[in-house]
Design a protein around this ligand. Structure first.
Ligand code: M6R
Length: 622
């Protein structure tokens, strides 16, 4: 984030970084600019933000000196290990120019070699540092220039030479009231306050101070002063901007009495589901948020691809069950990082549904771009208003889960699932594969899911926590499911890996006998997501047999089953009951105990639930 204004910059930056820490916590640093100083002051520390706070506390600003311009960064390491030396900000050799960076400068090796050939000594292993040296050199080449545009011009020269995805923010010792930032692919928003301006990867950084923001587009440069922001493109022409008002406040980004964010976010699921569904049935028809496609174009769709990563991919797997069932068109689901590298068959009648909480995941964004190059239509499901993926899509449906600070996706996952179902209903109504009253009935069932999730939160959380504490020292946990229970099993395993660093695998229960059953040993915990004995009687019977098979081999069976399912009780070492709901709604209720389980195991093992090691909430590099 960057700040120019009237408040003490250190306080603003450390407060803002606290809210951005979910994006990376390998190291943190700030740079501040004090009028009259020859250099930009930099403080950096490897590890979490608290380490940086200790460093700044130990080195307070001199009596009577308060910097009111500066920038701060939390790092998720790509080039160079997470050490103090590699922490951002980086400065040029004179210390006058400093830079922070998200993304990857792909041609940094060539640029580094060029600088080294010029006699420049680089101090870090990062791809970032070259940008500071290049801007300093460009400023020298531009010559003495009192006009403030000189700094922006130098940045423009440099960003035009960079390849890759990047957001860069620069400060200059000779320009104590100015910040210049540039954006290509990685996110960047500007905050406009009263006599102060901000720039950050996420509005959360400045939400304490202003909710008036401006979205930056691809390949834009912003020059910030106390008076406001001037946005130009990479050619130097003024660029159109889109101002917006942030519709959530500071309370939404705070723990609100919970021990950790993930716990709060798990509990917010009924509201997130209700908010995501609200307003999408108008006069008996499903409506999306943005649609730059005609009804005829939607009707012409004859194939759907869903692309997403991680948890969003699991939501995509559930989309397949709903869309194929309701619309009778084939749906393929693929992890976004694989999609564009295997030449998928796409044309104008293909709909690519891109699911991304952040709307900025590089793998998903590149998949969207590939799909559009092949003339496919793209529909984005996203939780972040105006993010890059929805901006580049033909249609958008927003989940209204609010800010999710915990790195593990919870409320955004269940919201993505209902959003996928809404897309399925929109397609079904368009194609005429469902009557209007059927669409309406399905919609109301989705709305009722919020109450079912409320119920499971009230009944299943405590027993699950107890179980998690008991199993916290297990070496591994397996997860089994069939039909819509299969993506739930995959998601349960991902959560446990991510948070508890425990070996966890999810399987389609029918696959067990084709290999994974060899993993079963005495007392191995196996979580089984049971289908409803009413809704899916045949599958229920088959899964009962699977449970018996693993139990016969000594596994400890933890069964998540519909309340009143007495047939499963004798085979469950532990039974977690969930309310009876329609088949497609079951993943929403069954996921809740699995979220609680992974969080509690992580806690019992002494790990930071909100900031699991090696991860970052938004993955803006490929
Ligand atoms: O922002 P996105 O939905 O595109 O993020 C995709 C994944 O990185 C994300 O779901 C990740 O798997 C979660 N941390 C899992 O809890």
């Amino acid at each position: 984030m960057g700040y120019v204004g009237w408040r003490p910059a250190r306080d603003v930056l450390l407060g803002g970084l606290r809210r951005l820490e979910y994006r990376g916590y390998d190291s943190a640093g700030i740079a501040t600019v004090t009028p009259g100083s020859d250099v930009v002051d930099v403080h950096r520390a490897a590890g979490p933000l608290d380490n940086l706070v200790r460093v700044t506390d130990a080195e307070p600003e001199p009596e009577g000196v308060t910097a009111r311009t500066g920038m701060g960064h939390t790092r998720w390491a790509t080039h160079g290990p997470p050490t103090d030396r590699n922490a951002h900000p980086h400065r040029d050799a004179s210390g006058r120019v400093a830079v922070i960076h998200n993304g990857i400068i792909e041609n940094f090796a060539a640029l580094r070699a060029e600088l080294e050939a010029d006699g420049v000594e680089l101090e870090s292993d990062t791809d970032t540092e070259v940008a500071a040296h290049l801007v300093a050199r460009a400023l020298d080449e531009l010559g003495p220039d009192d006009d403030s545009a000189g700094f922006t011009t130098a940045v423009r020269h440099v960003v035009n030479r960079l390849e890759g995805a990047f957001t860069l923010v620069f400060t200059h010792a000779d320009r104590p009231d100015e910040i210049v930032a540039a954006r290509r692919s990685s996110p960047l928003v500007v905050g406009i306050g009263d006599g102060e301006t901000f720039v950050a990867s996420d509005v959360a950084a400045f939400i304490d101070h202003t909710r008036d923001a401006v979205e930056l587009g691809q390949d834009q440069i912003v020059t910030l002063t106390r008076e406001g922001a001037v946005v130009t493109d990479f050619h130097g022409d003024l660029a159109p901007t889109r101002p917006f008002h942030v519709d959530w406040d500071i309370a939404a980004a705070e723990k609100g009495g919970h021990d950790f964010f993930m716990q709060k976010e798990i509990e917010e699921q009924p509201a997130a589901l209700a908010d995501t569904l609200r307003g999408h049935l108008v006069d008996g028809r499903i409506v999306l948020d943005e649609q730059r496609l005609s009804d005829q174009e939607l009707r012409d769709i004859d194939k759907v691809f869903v692309v997403a990563c991680g948890t969003a991919y699991h939501a995509g797997l559930l989309a397949k069950y709903a869309i194929e069932h309701w619309c009778r068109i084939p749906v393929e689901v693929e992890v976004a990082s694989e999609f564009r590298y295997r030449d998928p068959v796409l044309d104008r009648s293909t709909l690519v549904v891109a699911i991304s909480q952040s709307g900025e995941t590089a793998d998903t964004l590149e998949a969207v771009r590939h799909a559009r190059e092949q003339r496919a239509r793209v529909l984005a499901i996203c939780n972040t208003n105006g993010a890059q993926i929805p901006r580049e899509s033909d249609a958008v449906l927003y989940t209204h889960a609010g800010p999710e600070v915990g790195v593990a996706a919870t409320k955004t996952f269940t919201s993505q699932v209902v959003a996928c179902y809404l897309v399925g209903l929109a397609l079904a109504q368009n194609r005429g594969t469902k009557y209007a009253d059927e669409v309406e009935r399905e919609y109301h069932q989705l709305v009722a899911s919020a109450d079912a999730v409320k119920e499971v939160l009230a009944t299943a959380v405590e027993p699950t926590r107890e179980l998690a504490r008991e199993l916290a020292e297990s070496k591994a946990v397996l997860f089994l499911g069939r039909h819509v229970g299969y993506p739930v099993a995959l998601e349960g395993a991902l959560k446990l890996k991510e948070l508890a660093y425990m070996h966890a695998e999810g399987f389609a229960a029918g696959e067990l006998k084709h290999g994974p059953i060899a993993l079963i040993e005495q007392d191995l915990p196996v979580v089984v997501v049971m289908p409803s004995p009413r809704g899916r009687a045949t599958l229920h019977a088959k899964l009962l047999s699977n449970i018996r098979e693993i139990q016969a081999r000594g596994a400890r069976t933890i069964v998540i089953a519909e309340a009143g399912d007495e047939t499963v009780r004798p085979f469950a070492s532990v039974l977690i009951e969930m309310p009876a709901v329609p088949t497609l709604i079951q993943p929403l209720v069954a996921s809740v105990p699995l979220q609680v389980f992974s969080a509690e195991v992580a806690r019992a093992r002494g790990y930071d639930v909100d900031k699991p090691r090696n991860l970052a909430k938004s993955v803006t590099v490929e």
